[in-house]
Design a binder for this molecule. Sequence first.
Ligand code: BGC
Length: 420
Amino acid sequence: MSTTPASKPFPKKFLWGASTAAHQVEGGNHNQWSVWELENAKSLATQSEYHYHDLESWSRIKKEATSPQNYISGDASDHYVQYEKDFDILTKLNMNAFRFSVEWSRIEPQEGAWNAEAIEHYKHYVQALKQREIEPIVTLFHFTLPVWFSELGGFEKKKNIHYFTRFAEKIISELGVSVRYIITINEPEVYAHESYLAGNWPPMRQSKKTMITVLNNLAIAHKQAAKVIHTLNRRYKVSVAKNSCYFYAGDDALLSRKTADIMQYGQDDYFLKKVAKHCDFLGVNYYFSNRVYGYRVHNPDIDMSDLGWDLSPANIQQVLERLHDKYELPIIITENGLADATDEHRKWWLTHTIIAMQRAMAYGVKLEGYLHWSLLDNFEWDKGKWPRFGLIAVDYATQKRSARPSAIWLSKTLKKLRGI
Ligand code: BGC
């Protein structure tokens, strides 16, 4: 780990931006998630007290968390309609990059039937970014699937992968060279774990075997998609967005150290070893660390997000340096942030993250970008709308956007860091 003082300036071409996902912000989607939300909103609302009552934020979030409405994405942040306004916000924030996902269920609502209107929408969307000199970073699969694809068994079945590859080829050939950076799959382990082992997300399966099958199929899906995309144009830069938390031993015991190493390996390397050769860079999502005692994770409860996640922003340095040492690929931080409705910790989090990034770069990490999760408050999957990840707060009743103080601070900081 490098302890070099954080003095190295960021390169001129460094990508500074924010990240979103279609289903979490667009509104009006019909996919396997929206179907599941309608079936499960009531029970999620009923169970919320059991799951979240010991969060510090409980008294503040209780009203929202116990309402079934909270668990229905509905209009979400209305970004499908308001995207130009939201891109103007990126400009005000002095950002030059934006990560979003294209919603497969809009583009191919029925198997083999392309929706020209949806394709046009995303073409305009990308052009609207380019006009503002903002680099688009497009994700192809961010947890949502067309209903027909999930009814066929989704990524549980190897024989279904070609549908995803066909979608990848179609949408990238339509968007053309206006996009350069492509994420095929967002957080494969999180998707496989939540949907097929923990049973928290659709299709709510609890089978270790199926989880592994899905993970392996996602690795094949990445490789095949990367291949067709590179056949379209070798200049595309393709990767996955890998969730990476940092595991460390809480004491000196050999067992704690070994367990932390094994957990780190399991989390990062099982999947990356399969796909790294087929990546032009690594997309890294970092939210928290895990402290290990013996066989177990037991995190400090000093600084916590509204979701109760341990806040250790500086540890991103170790994540970056480890991935650099192992895979020697350029890295873009494709997500990083916290649920913080009152904006108590966000500026502190960003400050420590930026210092950690500079230290990692001084160590030798080829870091090319930082994308904050998220630009806007959005629909946080099975938790619904109460967790507030946005630099920009969204009032869901009026869809009014307002910048949180940390966003104003970040905008000034980026002006300095980018020398503009
Ligand atoms: C996901 C996002 C999610 C964020 C915060 C990541 O796991 O890619 O969709 O909103 O973390 O939980």
